[in-house]
Design a protein around this ligand. Structure first.
Ligand SMILES: *[C@@H]1O[C@H](CO)[C@@H](O)[C@H](O)[C@H]1NC(C)=O
Ligand SMILES: *[C@@H]1O[C@H](CO)[C@@H](O)[C@H](O)[C@H]1NC(C)=O
Ligand SMILES: *[C@@H]1O[C@H](CO)[C@@H](O)[C@H](O)[C@H]1NC(C)=O
Ligand SMILES: *[C@@H]1O[C@H](CO)[C@@H](O)[C@H](O)[C@H]1NC(C)=O
Ligand SMILES: *[C@@H]1O[C@H](CO)[C@@H](O)[C@H](O)[C@H]1NC(C)=O
Length: 605
C-alpha cells in the first residue's frame, strides 16, 4: 500500500511550532502488528486528531547477545570474570542501535518535521520518544487510532489494533508503543495484601526495638520473639534472618533503592515514626527522593502511599545505615478523552529504566513491589523491559521484584469461579504468570508466613509464557518437575519464578500517622533486598565487588544459605496451585535468607 505524506500539520508540539513536513516522501508500508483487542475493550469514536501521544520507538539493540554473555560471565561465581561488572559506557555501547538504524529512523522522523530537539533519547539511544498529535502518528504508522473503553468502567485508552512501518525500516525499528498495548493501569498492581487487622491499634511500647547491637543472637541459634508470629517488625526480621549481629561498615560505597509507581511516594513523617518505634538508631537518617517524569512527592500526611511506606520502612529500616534512595515514577494519568493535553500513557517500567540506566551509579540493590499479568504486556515490549533489567545486572545492580499476590494467577481455587482466561479470542484457561517477576534477569521474591515459616497461600509463582528457562535454573526446576505428579498441569514450564522468598504477612508499618498490619510479596521483596544490601556491605567492606545479578550465584551455591520452605501451596485459576517442597518450588523458590550462612557462601571475587 502506498501512502503519501501531504500537508499534515499546523500543530504545536511541546508548545512550539514545528516545521512542515517534506511532501515528497512516499512510503511502502508493511504491516508490523495486528491484534485482536483483549476481552472487555470496546471501540468508541475515532481518536481526536490533535490529541498528543508520546510514542516510544524501540530501535534494535545491536549486540544484546554479547551483553547477555558478559552478564552471565560476571555473575557466575565459578567464572574467572565473576564480579567484573561493566561500566555504563560499556553497557551502552553493547545495546546501542546500529548507526544505520539511527540514521534511517531520524530520516523518517525528519520527513514529519521532527528533529533532534523533539526527541527524548535513552542513554544508549536504543529508545527514542516523541510527542506527536494523533493525526501525525496515524500517518507515520498508516493506522487509525480510536478511543477504547473497558467494560462498564471509566478506563479509556487511545489505541489501535494494528500498525505498519515503511518497509525500509523493517529491521531498524523493533516496536512502537503505545499502539497495541491494552494493559489497564489497574492491572499493574502494587502487590500488597491487607490483613484483617488493618488499622488495629497496637500499643507502641510493645514494639520498641533494641538497637541491632544488643540483640545478642548467637550464630546458628534461632531466637525469634514469639510476638513475631502475629506482628512482624524490623527486630523480627533481624532475628529470623540473622542480620541482627551485623554492623554495616561500607555505607560510603553501598546503596539500596525502592521504586514506586501509581502516584505512590514515601512519607517522611511516617518513616520517622516507624524508626522511633522499630529502629531508633536510624531516627536522624534521611533518604534521597528521585522523581522520574514528575512522579509525585506530596508530603501531606493524608496522601502517603501504603506501598511506598511499606517498602521504605522495611528496606531502609533493615539495611540501615545503608544510603537509601526512593524513586517515584509517574505514568498513569487520569485519561479524559475530551482533553487534548499531552499524556504519557506508556508503561512506566520502561520510563524508569531509561532514567536509572542514564546514571553512572544506580543503587546497588533495587526492590520493586509491582507487577502485572504477563499477558497484558505485549511480548516484544516485555522483552525490552527485561533487557533493561539485564543491563542493570551487567553493571552490578541486584534487581528484585515481588512475585505477585494471587498464587498461580487469580488466587481463586474454585474451578467454577476462577478468572484465568487468555486475553484474546481463544479465551482458554491458563495460569497467569507475573511480569516482571518472570524476567530471567530479575530476582523474584515470593512470600511466607508464620514462625516457623511456611509458604503463604497468595505467593505468586509459576512459569513464564514468554521467557525460556535460563540455564542457571535448569537443575533446580527439572528436579521439581520430575517430582510433579504425572500430567497434572499442562504447560511449557519455561522460566520459573519466584527465585527466593521472605516473610510476607502481618508487617507492622506506619501509614498516615497510624500503625497498621500489612502483607503481600510487596513486603517480602524489600525484606529480601535489605538482606542483599547487607551482604553487599560485607563484600564492599572487604574491597570486593557487589553481588549484582543474584540468580546464577543463588542457584549454584547461595541456596544452601537459604531456609528451604517445604510446606504450603498457592491456589489459583481453579486449582490448588503448586506445592512447596524440598529444594526449589514455584511458591517460595529456593527459600528465605539466613544472613549468617549466606555471608559465608559469598563468592570469592
Ligand atoms: C538525633 O539527633 C538529635 C539532635 O541532634 C540527637 O540529640 C540524637 O542523639 C540523635 N539520635 C541518634 C540516634 O543519632
Ligand atoms: C498536596 O496535598 C495538599 C493537601 O491535600 C493539596 O492541597 C495539594 O494540592 C497537594 N499537592 C499536589 C501537588 O498534589
Ligand atoms: C471465557 O470462557 C469462560 C468459561 O467458559 C466464560 O465464563 C467467559 O464468559 C468467556 N469469556 C468470553 C469473553 O468469551
Ligand atoms: C505461629 O502461628 C502458627 C499458625 O497460627 C502456629 O502453627 C505456630 O505454632 C505459631 N508459632 C509459634 C512460635 O507460636
Ligand atoms: C500437592 O500435594 C498434594 C498432597 O500431597 C497432592 O495431592 C497434589 O497432587 C500435589 N500437587 C502438585 C502440583 O504437586
Amino acid at each position: 500500500m502506498k501512502f503519501f505524506t501531504s500537508c499534515l500539520l499546523a500543530v504545536t508540539l511541546a508548545s512550539r511550532s514545528i516545521a512542515l513536513p517534506r511532501t515528497d516522501g512516499a512510503y511502502n508500508f508493511q504491516l508490523r502488528e495486528s491484534i485482536t483487542p483483549p476481552r472487555g475493550w470496546q471501540r468508541l469514536s475515532a481518536a481526536p486528531a490533535d490529541h498528543i501521544i508520546h510514542l516510544r520507538i524501540g530501535l534494535p539493540q545491536s549486540r544484546f547477545d554479547e551483553l547477555e554473555k558478559h552478564l552471565y560471565e560476571v555473575s557466575d561465581p565459578f567464572h574467572h570474570r565473576y564480579g567484573q561488572h561493566l561500566s555504563k559506557a560499556e553497557v551502552d555501547a553493547l545495546v546501542a542501535p546500529k548507526k544505520q538504524s539511527l540514521d534511517l529512523v531520524d530520516e523518517w522522523l525528519a520527513s514529519f518535521g521532527l528533529g533532534e530537539q523533539d526527541f527524548y533519547r535513552s542513554s544508549a539511544k536504543d529508545w527514542v520518544t516523541i510527542r506527536v498529535p494523533i493525526s501525525v502518528a496515524e500517518k507515520m504508522l498508516n493506522t487509525k487510532y480510536h478511543v477504547w473503553k473497558y467494560g462498564e468502567t471509566d478506563d479509556h485508552l487511545i489505541r489501535t489494533t494494528d500498525y505498519s512501518l515503511p518497509d525500509h525500516l523493517n529491521e531498524h525499528v523493533e516496536l512502537i508503543q503505545p499502539t497495541t498495548i491494552f494493559a489497564r493501569w489497574s492491572k499493574m498492581k502494587a502487590t500488597f495484601h491487607l490483613d484483617k487487622d488493618i488499622f488495629e491499634e497496637i500499643p507502641i511500647a510493645k514494639f520498641v526495638s533494641s538497637t541491632s547491637q544488643d540483640l545478642g543472637l548467637a550464630d546458628g541459634v534461632t531466637v525469634v520473639d514469639p510476638s513475631c508470629n502475629a506482628t512482624v517488625t524490623i527486630r523480627c526480621l533481624q532475628q529470623l534472618y540473622k542480620t541482627g549481629n551485623y554492623k554495616p561498615r561500607a555505607s560510603e560505597k553501598n546503596s539500596i533503592g525502592i521504586s514506586s509507581y501509581l502516584e505512590e511516594f514515601v512519607n517522611e513523617q511516617d518513616l520517622k515514626t516507624f524508626y522511633l518505634e522499630q529502629r531508633p538508631d536510624a531516627i536522624n537518617s534521611t533518604f534521597t527522593f528521585i522523581s522520574v517524569n514528575d512522579g509525585l512527592n506530596n508530603q501531606t500526611l493524608d496522601e502517603a502511599g501504603m506501598e511506598a511506606n511499606l517498602d521504605a520502612q522495611f528496606a531502609f529500616g533493615l539495611s540501615f545505615p545503608t544510603p537509601a534512595i526512593a524513586y517515584s515514577t509517574a505514568g498513569r494519568p487520569p485519561f479524559n478523552p475530551d482533553i487534548l493535553t499531552p499524556l504519557n500513557t506508556n508503561e512506566p517500567y520502561a520510563d524508569w529504566l531509561d532514567y536509572v540506566l542514564s546514571h553512572e551509579n544506580p543503587p546497588l540493590t533495587i526492590s520493586t513491589s509491582y507487577g502485572e499479568s504477563e499477558q497484558t504486556v505485549p511480548e516484544d515490549y516485555a522483552r525490552r523491559v527485561c533487557a533493561g533489567i539485564a543491563q542493570l545486572g551487567a553493571r552490578g545492580v541486584s534487581v528484585l521484584f515481588s512475585s505477585g499476590d494471587f498464587g498461580v494467577g487469580d488466587g481463586i481455587e474454585d474451578p467454577d469461579s476462577h478468572t484465568c482466561f487468555t486475553n484474546d479470542d481463544r479465551n482458554i484457561t491458563r495460569f497467569m504468570p507475573t511480569f516482571p517477576a518472570s524476567c530471567p534477569f530479575a530476582t523474584a521474591v515470593g512470600g511466607t508466613n508464620d514462625i516457623p515459616e511456611v509458604a503463604v497461600f497468595f505467593s505468586g509463582g509459576g512459569f513464564s509464557d514468554y521467557f525460556q528457562r535460563p540455564r542457571y535454573q535448569a537443575h533446580a526446576v527439572e528436579n521439581y518437575l520430575d517430582n510433579l505428579p504425572y500430567g497434572i498441569y499442562e504447560g511449557k514450564f519455561n522460566k520459573a519464578f519466584p527465585d527466593v522468598a521472605a516473610l510476607g504477612r502481618r508487617f507492622r508499618i506506619w501509614w498516615r500517622g497510624k500503625p497498621m498490619s500489612i502483607g503481600g510479596t510487596s513486603a517480602s521483596a524489600p525484606a529480601f533486598a535489605a538482606v542483599v544490601a547487607l551482604l553487599n556491605d560485607v563484600l564492599l567492606s572487604q574491597n570486593k565487588k557487589p553481588l549484582g545479578f543474584l540468580n546464577p550465584w543463588l542457584y549454584a551455591t547461595g541456596f544452601s544459605g537459604l531456609n528451604d520452605i517445604m510446606i504450603g501451596n498457592n491456589p489459583g485459576c481453579g486449582t490448588p496451585g503448586f506445592n512447596a517442597t524440598v529444594g526449589w518450588d514455584p511458591i517460595t523458590g529456593l527459600g528465605t535468607p539466613n544472613f549468617e550462612k549466606m555471608r559465608k557462601l559469598l563468592p570469592k571475587n
